[in-house]
Write a protein that binds this ligand. Structure first.
Ligand code: SER
Length: 315
């Protein structure tokens, strides 16, 4: 019987992964946690600051947790406002999780990584093993985190698994403080208004993925036989890549009134410029048969349909 603790369950990924894990394992098997209460409680919930070791240990023991999904982190752009705090939360949070996993002999741990581990010396498309010189504290912490995961696997046998997500596009919960957020914001503007100012320049190409693919990839990786996995650092994960202009042109087919202008944010532009345009995810495809379902066209259709429904429901 699995008991799964999700840390950072209120975030963009956490809300959707929590729901998927509840569907898979049952309502009572999933314990959600975050630093604040969610707006709606749809699951067993505990307030948890991942830097509070004792509180983490108490929850793990109270619910006899067997797996942790550690999603709490400060994203790339937001992280630059306070690098030391970002490092502290992103890094020490992970170390607390790895330590409890080791001592309590948890079955599995999930740790999300990101395309932010890549840097200006990384070729595009980015191979699984390549030169990485992340330019943000978020990226540095994710790269170090990946290596800690591999270390805990090799040294202590902690079965920790990880994916390097592209920019995640979703309609249920907004992302906060990332460089790829424009690719979510633009859909809200397409439904609500007629003008969108993009903070990245028109030809900035980045890897992207629709949330249902990201959730399915996570569940498939966590289900894969351990002996099939060739890495316990983050697996490269690919669906599609696009520029703001390409995404806008696709959305415009469905929302012809949308106009897009550019108000470039220098910080986020420089972060985006340091990341690879696309990634090679051969290892994920070979080791656990990863196959994406959504491309830019189907993501656009799904996003607009679902956001329309969401807005109509709240009217
Ligand atoms: N979406 C994240 C960000 O933009 C990257 O993992 O920070």
């Amino acid at each position: 019987m699995e008991k799964i603790l999700i840390i950072g369950a209120n975030g963009q990924l956490g809300t959707e992964l929590s729901a998927a894990l509840q569907t898979k394992y049952g309502q009572d098997a999933v314990i959600t946690s975050d630093i604040r209460k969610p707006q709606e409680e749809n699951a067993i919930f505990e307030i948890l600051n991942v830097l509070d070791n004792d509180a983490l240990a108490t929850i793990v023991k109270k619910y006899k947790i067997t797996q942790i999904y550690h999603l709490a982190a400060i994203l790339s752009a937001k992280g630059e406002e306070n690098p030391i705090q970002t490092w502290n939360i992103n890094m020490n949070g992970l170390l607390n999780v790895l330590e409890i996993a080791r001592h309590e002999k948890l079955k599995k741990v999930y740790y999300p990584s990101s395309i932010a581990v890549f840097g200006t010396t990384t070729p595009s498309p980015a191979p699984q093993y390549t030169s990485m010189n992340p330019s943000t504290i978020y990226g540095i912490s994710k790269r170090a985190g990946e290596q800690w995961c591999e270390y805990y696997f090799n040294k202590y046998g902690v079965d920790v698994r990880s994916l390097r997500y592209p920019g995640l596009i979703s309609y249920k919960t907004l992302p906060g403080g990332g460089t790829t957020d424009y690719a979510v914001d633009i859909f809200y503007k397409a439904i609500e208004e007629t003008h969108f100012d993009c903070f990245l320049s028109e030809n900035t190409r980045l890897p992207m993925m629709y949330m249902p693919d990201a959730v399915r990839a996570t569940l498939e990786l966590m289900d894969a036989p351990k002996e099939n996995l060739s890495t316990h650092e983050g697996y490269n994960l690919n669906a599609f890549d696009c520029t703001p202009k390409e995404l806008y042109n696709e959305i415009k087919k469905h929302a012809p009134n949308l106009e897009m202008g550019y108000k470039i944010d220098e910080l986020r532009q420089s972060i985006a410029d340091s990341w690879s345009d696309s990634v090679i995810d051969e290892a994920a495809r070979k080791d656990w048969n990863w196959q994406h379902e959504y491309d830019m066209e189907s993501t656009t259709k799904e996003m607009l349909t679902n956001l329309k429904k969401k807005f109509e429901a709240t009217k």
